[in-house]
Design a protein around this ligand. Sequence first.
Ligand code: SF4
Length: 322
Amino acid sequence: MALKLSDLKTTVHNDWCPGCGDFGILNAVQMALAEMNVDPTNTVVVSGVGCSSKAPHFIKTYGVHTLHGRSLPFATGIKLANPGMEVVVEGGDGDGMGIGAGHFVNSGRRNLDMLYIVHDNEVYGLTKGQAAPTMRLGMKTKSLPLPNINSGINPLMLAIASGYTWVARGYAYDVRHLKDLIIKGIRHKGFAFLDVLQPCPTYNDIQTKEYWAGEGNLDVNGRMQPRTYKLEETGYDGVVHASDEVEMERKVQQAVLKSFEFGDHTPIGVFYQNEFVPTYAERITKRAPSYATNPPAAQEIAYPDGTPVTNVTKLLDELRIV
Ligand code: SF4
């Protein structure tokens, strides 16, 4: 039976501020999962700590609301134990690029087959709007007494440098386009990273919905120009089409250069995609062939009378270095 959007909504009270971009991202995630007709009992949404990390409470799949910056290690454990499970990670830029930055970098190196969505609002919304790691040097939101004294991280460039094999940016209020990106990210073979421009109307009064719609960005005829544009409408192609170093380097360089465009002309869409890099599950299976058919989650853990029967000796034997 086809999954309906309403099947993925919970009745948990949502206390996000009115107009928060998190609502757009939540809708896009639910729309994507419904369109893909996922099995909610075989899907998990994992989050860290922050406003956006409340997302698993509102999506009727499995969900884990973990610790600050620790969503990726939790998700890694889930995916390793149960590679057949659909794993989606959600969190803020403070959660993922601040305290979770080490996990962010090392997750890219592993290339697990899952999707990480970052709600990027450049502030720590849950704790009253302090400057988050993606906020640019000199920016001053209404929540800061003085302009930001630190430089901002470029999350797309960091993702590419860390080894993520699908890197994209979406916009929270372009819900249909965002939904399509989420579907692409989930379908990608490897670790997909999706940075989402997420207005926080309560603390970030610079990058508002009106700002992205083009307020103050006028063309020569005085018409408002939206500050986002879609990469796919410009002929940009971020896909690595052949398993060769030259093609890969060319696409990496192109994506890194593109990632610096921000402000009055901000690209959204897929910056980089490379399915020629083996996933972590493929690398493990090469060393321990039984992992493919008998990962930890597929093993019997108890006899009918409840006596534990867990036995991972075979898997460990295969991984043992002799
Ligand atoms: Fe959204 Fe900002 Fe309110 Fe948090 S503080 S719920 S990010 S508008």
